[in-house]
Design a protein around this ligand. Structure first.
Ligand code: F6P
Length: 396
């Protein structure tokens, strides 16, 4: 790790900052969106009112002593309880907000609302939009092209699938979903492929981000790796509970697999192959508890460290995974990517569209060109993307 004292941790207290707008605007809007999506009872309405008040004007309350993960959150940040949401690390505040939202709607029960994903209506609707149908048709066309052309097209499909998650759309004004595919601000596609030459046993660990229109191309990419012999085993890591609005859970993987198998054509073949790959153990789903932790991956527990260490490459999808991978800090953008990922126990690749202030691994010319072309900002608009690779401790 480079010296973090030059790179302040991102909080949400700076007026006008992106982080502040997420807490001050996006979170209250999300509470109301969830409230409107279900016929919740008075108890849940009261809990949502309380959360709305606390997260805008109040202080952070601990979980009830009876919560299954009460102790875990004490360990992950007891020092933040009783403070304003705006004064604690942005990463921690966002993550805890989602945990508290689940608490408010009774997700952890006991009771009739136990296990009801408050974001499911949005995720489900997205899977059946005309945009999702168009993207599946585009994937179908890629799958019918010569194999050597498929690889890069599928990596880029998975990358750009990340551009517009549902939480992001709650407050963005520019519709990143419609942005033309801009050139990548960093493009290590070849370095990624060099880690998976094919012909030898390889395990790919894909740490998923959003469900729906991001997970569909992720699944097609995994099928490509397995079917064309770039990998003989894949692990798809998802969140253990609903999170950051559209983050994928096991239930979302199943919805996406069904969507693929019902799409017809070459895409349906992918769905069937993945279904049977799961039966044979070539594709497994992982939902380690740390994937919902409010902490950077540098603090990962030994069990997850060992899992990543055994992978030929870990692919981290999306903005949140990027923040957790390199540290949620205002690094100078020219800080080398590998300087921030040196703790990672194996090769790791980031596929991310830019939706928050964190960025490393750019050269000075790129930064200057981006600043000139986008004086209104380019880090948080979701219109730019990158692929960065750390080849791991053995090759670094
Ligand atoms: O779905 P992604 O790509 O992880 O993006 C999530 C991002 O959305 C935000 O929650 C708000 O834009 C960011 O703080 C977060 O990093």
């Amino acid at each position: 790790m480079p010296d973090a004292s030059d790179a302040p941790q991102i909080l949400s207290d700076a007026p006008g900052s992106f982080a502040r707008s997420v807490l001050a605007e996006r979170h209250p809007a999300l509470i109301e969106k969830v409230r409107d999506a279900f016929p919740y009872g008075p108890e849940q309405h009261r809990a949502l009112d309380t959360l709305h008040h606390e997260c805008t004007e109040g202080v952070i309350a601990p979980l009830p002593a009876t919560a299954y993960d009460h102790d875990r959150w004490q360990e992950w940040g007891r020092e933040h309880f009783g403070r304003s949401w705006f004064d604690v690390p942005f990463l921690w505040a966002e993550s805890y907000f989602y945990r508290q939202l689940l608490e408010a709607v009774g997700y952890f029960g006991p009771g009739p609302w136990q296990g009801i994903d408050p974001f499911r209506p949005f995720k489900h609707a997205e899977l059946h939009t005309p945009e999702a149908a168009e993207e599946l048709a585009a994937l179908d066309a890629v799958l019918r092209s010569p194999t050597e052309r498929q690889a890069n097209a599928l990596v880029h499909g998975s990358l750009w699938g990340n551009r517009a998650d549902l939480g992001f759309r709650l407050s963005t004004t520019s519709d990143a979903a419609d942005a033309a595919d801009a050139p990548l601000v960093a493009d290590a596609t070849e370095a990624l492929w060099s880690l998976l030459p094919g012909g030898s046993p390889a395990t790919v660990y894909l740490v998923a981000d959003n469900a729906g229109r991001e997970l569909l191309p992720d699944l097609v990419l995994l099928d490509h790796l397995l079917y064309h012999g770039r990998a003989d085993r894949a692990v798809l890591a998802v969140k253990p509970y609903p999170y950051y609005v559209s983050d994928a859970t096991t239930a979302d993987v199943l919805d996406c697999l069904r969507r693929l198998t019902r799409a017809g054509g070459a895409v349906a073949d992918v769905g069937s192959r993945l279904w049977s790959a799961m039966g044979k153990g070539h594709l497994t789903i992982g939902a380690h508890d740390f994937f919902r932790a409010p902490l950077p991956y540098a603090a990962m527990p030994g069990s997850l460290r060992r899992a990543f260490a055994s992978a030929t490459v870990t692919v981290m999808k999306g903005d949140l995974n990027y923040r957790r991978l390199v540290g949620d800090r205002l690094w100078p953008p020219t800080t080398p990517f590998t300087a921030c990922t040196g703790y990672f126990p194996g090769p790791v690749a980031a596929l991310r569209t830019l939706k928050s202030d964190v960025i490393v691994g750019l050269d000075e010319r790129t930064v200057a060109a981006l600043d000139t072309a986008h004086p209104e900002g380019w880090r948080t608009t979701g219109t730019h993307a990158l692929i960065q690779v750390d080849p791991g401790p053995r090759r670094r």
